[in-house]
Structures are given as C-alpha cells and as structure tokens.
Write a protein that binds this ligand. Sequence first.
Ligand SMILES: *Cc1c(COP(=O)(O)O)cnc(C)c1O
Length: 400
Amino acid sequence: MTEVFTGNFTQQEPIPEEGIAAAVAVMRSGRLHRYNVAAGEAGEVALLEREFADYLGAKYCLAVASGGYAMGAALRALGVKPGDKVLTNAFTLAPVPGAIAAVGAVPVFVGVTEDLVIDLEDLAAKADQADVLMLSHMRGHLCDMEALMALCDARGLRVIEDCAHTMGADWKGRPSGLWGVMGCYSTQTYKHINSGEGGFLVSDDAELMARATILSGSYMLYDRHLAAPAPEVFERVKYHTPNVSGRMDHLRAAVLRPQVRALDAQCAAWNARYLKIEAGLRGTPGLKVIDRPEAGRFVGSSIQFLLLDWGEAHIKDVVARCQTRGVELKWFGGKEPVAFTSRYDSWRYAPSAPMPASDRILASIMDMRVPLTFSLEDCALIARIIQEEVRAVHHIVHGG
Ligand SMILES: *Cc1c(COP(=O)(O)O)cnc(C)c1O
C-alpha cells in the first residue's frame, strides 16, 4: 500500500496561553505603542528586549518591526551608504539582498559550498570589494565561525549576521548573532518564535546600538529601554541619526515573551524531528544528507539535502511524486523564483557574475520545512516517502 502524508507544512503551534493573556491585557490597556507606558511600568517591549539579551548573553537588544528592518538598520548604523558594495551569500532568501538594496547599496554575492555555508575561498577573493559582510546563516547552516571571523578581521570586513534561521543555535558555545558586530533576528511566523511580524537587533557595540535605536524611531525616549546603551552614548549620535520608524509594539512583545522562555525546549523538539527525518534519508542512493558539524548547535526547523547533478527534469519528477504523496519539497534551483525560493540570478536589480561551482550546488538543493506540529511518527513517514520516491527516480535514471 502506498503511504500518503496528510499533515500541513505551514501549520504553526498555537501561541502559548500565557502570551494570549498578556496580549489581551495589552489590548485592554489601550497602550500598544512601546513608549506608551504607565508610571512605573517598563512595558512588554522593553522587558522582551532585556529577556532576549539575557537569553543570548548580549549587552544590547532592540526589538523592531521585522527581520528585514533589523538588517537595514544594522547596515545604516554601520554607515553603509548608497553605492557601497556589501558582500552577502549567494544562497539566501530575497529579504537579504533586499535589505542591502533598500539602503541603496549593491549586493556582491559569495558562493556556497556543499555544506550549504558561505565559501570562504570565494569570500577571501572578493573581500577587498567591500567593508561589510551581511552573513546569512541560511537554513541554519553555520560556517566555521572562527575561520570566518579571522578572515574578516584580517581583511577589515565588519560582519552583520542574519540569524533568521539560527535563533537558538551556536558555534562552539557562542550564540550565532554574537560573532559579528551586529546580529539580526526575525520573529515572523515561519521562524523560531512567532509574532506574525517582528525582529531583533543585538550587539555589544554601544554606539552602533544607540544609532540603531534612534533609527528605529525612539525619538528622545531611549531612556525607557532596558537593554540599550547609556544615555551619554545617545548624546553622541542623536543629532546625526535619522528616524526610519520600525518599532515593535507591546502586543507582539507580549506574544513573544513566553516563547523566548520556551525557546530551548522548542529547539530540542525541532531537532528530535529533524534527526528522525535525517536518519530516514541516510543511505538513499543519489541523495546527499548535509552533515551537521559537531562544533555547532543547530536548530532543525527545516531540512535540506542535495540531489547533485540530477538535472532539472528528474528533480522536478521527485518534487511532483513527493507532492502527490503529501510531502512538500522546495527546490532552490529553478530558473524562475517560486514561493519563497529564488536564486541570486533572480535578483536582477543586483547583477552578478555567474558562479558555476555554486550553481551546481544551488541546482541540487532540496528544502523542506519541519513544523513542530508534526509528530515523530509523521517525520518517519515523510522520510519513507522521500526515500521511496528518490529511489524510484534514481532507478529510472540509473537502472539496476
Ligand atoms: C525571514 C528571513 C529574513 C527576514 O525576516 P522578515 O522578518 O520576514 O523580514 C531574513 N533572512 C532570512 C534568511 C529569512 O528567512
């Protein structure tokens, strides 16, 4: 009998009851704007910032309207100007080059390795073109962060980390987001904590964070923050930093605070599901599992594998066969951007030279979400379906 999976790949868990109650209380108060607080009240946003900074071990944290906003604010805080080049990953999602383009800067794409991390050789070759690297930990794959930072420090490159897929992850015990000068997170529905839209910026650099805070639309109310630099730092930047509003509100913060407390347990739940699927995929002919390095703690909220050199027709066949059995695989290699997938050459506002070695890898990347609403049995079934369909197509191609 052919097994079919009937679960929903985009169904999140509900917001914790505690978060719902806190959100209702915010609505009853009528004080939704982050700086609208009663006497003696810190407010949900300031508390969330303090709690997320403490969770990571960061000095400063700013909650903002989205992950994309956080990246744009980081670029502006670092002084990136229109026309400047900014290095970034060829394998990432559209908001990353978009954030660079939004400040008038020009993305320069760096290749991807078979481990789905930034290619450090290609980075070294392109390092002299820019002062800033927007490093996207795409799909939670962290490169050797010590090697990357050594390279960037030696070449005078400042690193902004895009941690949209690495909230809860670390490299050698140091959280992602604390390696570079600034770390950016998203709390959008498909990430690790869910407020519909939202994001964070973290840093240990007081001046960058003071600039980002003014940028986000703090006016001169920055003393209402609990995870911001001291007022004298703001004195140095407040006349020179434009307001580009992108604040978070109390409603979203109320929904997020209990999720920050639950984050480590959620990450463990993701990894149990991920490892179940990974184990089921290992040993499939023609399918390359991405081995996760021992040095890093990852969050398995999605899984990738490679069908190297299979060619478009056979990959599309695998996707279609899995889809028929209820399993939604996404392919990053398509010529046309589809849903959330796109390639660096889809972003035509940012012309790029072809990267044949990376193109070969991008053309082979299969991607699947792992929502926490799936059970471990669901994950085992999904892996069986993928394994069977990959085998079937492989058999057609290679015989045997
Ligand atoms: C989602 C995402 C972002 C942007 O987050 P938003 O909150 O949607 O703006 C940035 N980078 C990557 C890799 C993402 O997946």
